[in-house]
Ligand binder design. Structure first.
Ligand code: SAH
Length: 353
């Protein structure tokens, strides 16, 4: 029988588990704190837990940890990219970004992705598997421990489509925001989706104070379909209605991600159409020149074009920023570090790095 994943349990579940082992409930709280506050790597470090109980825990439970395979630090801004290996050998990446307002970690929600966006490196080799809540938490825990930096913000914008792994995502968010754990405020967490409309509505019902970022990337359905297969399933108007619903339920302003691809979605006409779409919505538009991926055909818009696009939106009083690129010198777009390792593995015919 598979061992139970102790790091994916919330405190109540852990209390029930510990009770079945014939232990007092306060033990559960102590263990929970070792895992989610003190971030220990090993059960042996739980010094106020008896050896007998530690042995029992080891026998019954999986204690998920991530192995750091590689770390690259940007000389420009200190951004650090981590490549982690999961227990089954799959690789995922996460990024630590240092801002004046605090440290932010960008995590992956899946190993690979099946959404097929035409400009994205993470989806080229398809979906390997969903990440467990413990594997999402561990990315933050490992980085906080390894860097010695307190993490105050989390963005779910790494590899994967978080709403394609909905139950594990919500469980992860609940543990992350719980006062008995790292206690990161929902307001300091952003979840980015390519636009799974039914899940956006479901997420609104969770009533977590999390920011929702929507990867819009195009001002009309036709263009969006040429960039993102999900646009064949849901129209932009269905997507925006779900966003409006999310805003009404949570009071949280939506962020629209708009990656500027040269000659594809960066013209003045595109800006005009985009304005018509989002005008009057309580939202923020984040422009990001596409980060070119070797195997893919998209090129980023020139700085001047991006500025022009931004000015046009600003003139219509839309909240807009051009996202500052972090760690340009360390393997560009997200998913690329992992991809480079995957390729090297294949070429060398080995799983070792
Ligand atoms: N699946 C989620 C989250 C992961 S991607 C989503 O689609 O939102 C995080 C963001 O980076 C998304 O907005 C995605 O469209 C964007 N992105 C992916 N590849 C990119 C690239 N090469 N250049 C610029 N943005 C990219």
């Amino acid at each position: 029988m598979d061992k139970k994943d102790i790091k994916s349990m919330n405190l109540n579940e852990l209390k029930e588990e510990i009770a079945t082992l014939g232990e007092k409930p306060f033990r559960a709280k102590q263990i929970y704190e070792w895992i989610h506050v003190k971030l220990v790597d090993d059960l042996e470090e739980m010094t106020n837990i008896s050896e007998k109980l530690r042995t029992r825990l080891k026998e019954e439970y999986e204690f998920t940890t991530l192995e750091i395979v590689d770390k690259q630090v940007s000389k420009q801004d200190g951004t650090a990219k981590y490549l982690f290996r999961l227990k089954d050998g799959n690789l995922i990446e996460s990024v630590l970004m240092k801002y004046k307002h605090g440290n932010s970690v960008c995590i992956s929600s899946q190993a690979g992705c099946r959404m097929g966006c035409k400009f994205c490196a993470s989806t080229i080799a398809g979906l390997k598997r969903n990440l467990l809540p413990s594997e999402m938490l561990e990315q933050i825990y490992r980085i906080q421990k390894e860097s010695g930096e307190r993490v105050s913000n989390v963005v779910v914008m790494g590899t994967g489509e978080p709403f394609d792994n909905y139950d594990n995502l919500v469980r992860f968010l609940k543990i992350l925001t719980n006062e008995n754990g790292l206690n990161i405020s929902g307001r300091n967490i952003t979840v980015s989706t390519c636009g799974l409309v039914t899940k956006i509505r479901e997420f609104a019902e969770e009533n977590m104070q999390v920011t929702l970022a929507i990867s819009l990337h195009a001002p009309n359905d036709e263009k969006r379909k040429s960039m993102m297969p999900i646009a064949n399933k849901y129209s932009i108007s269905e997507l925006l209605e779900a966003c409006q619903y999310f805003f009404e339920k949570t009071g949280r302003r939506i962020t629209f991600e708009y990656s500027l691809a040269q000659g594809v979605n960066d013209s003045e006409e595109d800006a005009r159409e985009l304005i018509q779409l989002v005008k009057g919505m309580n939202c923020h538009v984040n422009l990001i020149p596409i980060n070119p991926v070797e195997e893919l055909e998209f090129e980023g818009s020139a700085k001047k074009v991006a500025e022009k696009f931004k000015n046009k939106l600003e003139k219509s009083r839309i909240n807009v920023t051009i996202r500052r690129e972090m760690g340009r010198d360390i393997d560009g777009a997200c998913g690329q570090l992992r991809r480079r390792y995957d390729r090297t593995d294949r070429e060398e015919g080995t799983k070792e790095c």
